[in-house]
Design a protein around this ligand. Structure first.
Ligand code: 13P
Ligand code: 13P
Ligand code: MG
Ligand code: MG
Length: 365
């Protein structure tokens, strides 16, 4: 059966600053989606990561479907009303436009979608990250789909022997979606050249070269650069089908033990290590550290199993301790050098304005 997996997420308000949506907001979004699902969705699941709330939906309408996107948009509008009633911080933060049109692209919420021909067994993973951007997935996606050190399936599984095709977007291009397709393994040096720059070149999707099927979709968008105006950090979501002729769930998870440094953290303007956390965890230290949550599902005829929490296992407690140490190390150097993002990625305009004023006062001797 052909089924579409759609996850749409937004920050529509949270308690105590940019920490976590309230239970009342969460319930409002859940009951809204539950009421509207009939006749449109086969199944759905709602979760949160940091201050962002995400709606996973299964249906047969294909990607970018207006009715499906509008359902999510309307649920976020309803949730925003609750956020306002409770006085939550940043109520409606990611709803950048007043009215819905067509799909959520460019309106603020982020989406990752895949239309798939369901396999007899169909495991897939939903990742949601906060206090970072879609480039946070660049390194994990390189390692799990191109590096046999991280994905032994590339050596062991004959049905993965042809490798994978990456579709990579240049998110600095504002006039349209500027994308390139590159094949692993032949192009891995070129793929690495692009993916080293997390703030500019971002993986949008990955396809198997053995079957042509899509296995990864990332909520890559040009939103943060549209019209040259910086609108926020685009906290991302990712869907990944696993097992069979795709990397196994464990191979997709392995890179997250690194706690690699990503852009985001406090005021979206710093660099911090990505911490794998349990489902529905909020943020804390320095509005972070940048975090990722993961839920595993199986789907059949569009019906979802209950989620399994990918980072609940005690192994990840050790990783979290290491990532905490990395976060403390980089925070010791405050604003200096690589602890902050470069000038054109700063989420707030204060530094830019100050430098403009100081620029006038400089004298050439
Ligand atoms: P099982 O033999 O337990 O099915 O595991 C195979 C596998 O894919 C491990 O990643
Ligand atoms: P969010 O993008 O998660 O809302 O965080 C913004 C921020 O400024 C955190 O310090
Ligand atoms: Mg927020
Ligand atoms: Mg957020």
């Amino acid at each position: 059966m052909k089924v579409t997996l759609s996850v749409i997420k937004a920050d529509i308000g949270s308690i105590g600053g940019h920490l976590k949506p309230s239970a009342m907001l969460f319930d409002r979004v859940r009951s809204f989606v539950g009421e509207r699902a009939k006749g449109l969705l086969i199944d759905h699941y709602i979760g949160s990561a940091g201050d962002d709330i995400h709606i996973l939906m299964t249906h047969t309408k294909g990607v970018d479907n207006e009715d499906v996107h509008k359902l999510a948009w309307d649920a976020f509008v309803a949730g925003t009303e609750t956020a306002k009633i409770q006085g939550l911080y940043g109520a409606g933060q990611d709803l950048l436009k007043d009215a819905f049109s067509g799909n959520v692209r460019g309106l603020g919420p982020a989406s990752a979608e895949m239309e798939i021909e369901e396999r007899p067994n169909e495991p897939f993973l939903l990742f949601a990250a906060d206090k970072t951007d879609p480039g946070a997935f660049n390194l994990p996606l390189y390692l799990s789909y191109s590096d046999p050190m991280f994905c032994p399936g590339l050596m062991l599984a004959p049905n993965m022997n042809k490798g994978f095709t990456y579709t990579i977007m240049d998110v600095s291009h504002t006039e349209g979606d500027r994308v390139i397709e590159l094949n692993s393994p032949e192009d891995i040096y070129n793929i690495a050249c692009l993916l080293r720059d997390n703030e500019r070149f971002v993986v949008e999707s990955i396809h198997s070269r053995n079957t042509g099927e899509q296995c990864v979709s990332v909520s890559t968008s040009r939103l943060h650069n549209i019209a040259g105006k910086y609108t926020g950090k685009d906290d991302p979501v990712l869907l990944a089908r696993t097992q069979g002729y795709f990397p196994s769930t464990g191979e997709v998870l392995q890179p997250y033990q690194i706690g690699h440094f990503v852009g985001g953290f406090m005021r979206g303007s710093h660099v911090g290590p990505l911490m794998p956390l349990k489902l529905n965890t909020g943020t804390s230290f320095f509005d972070g550290p940048p975090l990722i949550t993961g839920a595993a599902f199986c789907v059949q005829d569009g019906k979802l199993t209950e989620p399994v929490d990918l980072f609940e296992h005690p192994f990840w407690d050790h990783v979290r301790d290491n990532v905490s140490r990395k976060a403390l190390d980089i925070r010791r150097q405050g604003f200096s050098g690589s602890a902050m993002l470069p000038f054109n990625e700063l989420e707030y305009t204060g530094i830019v304005e100050r430098l403009g004023v100081l620029d006038e006062k400089f004298k050439v001797r």
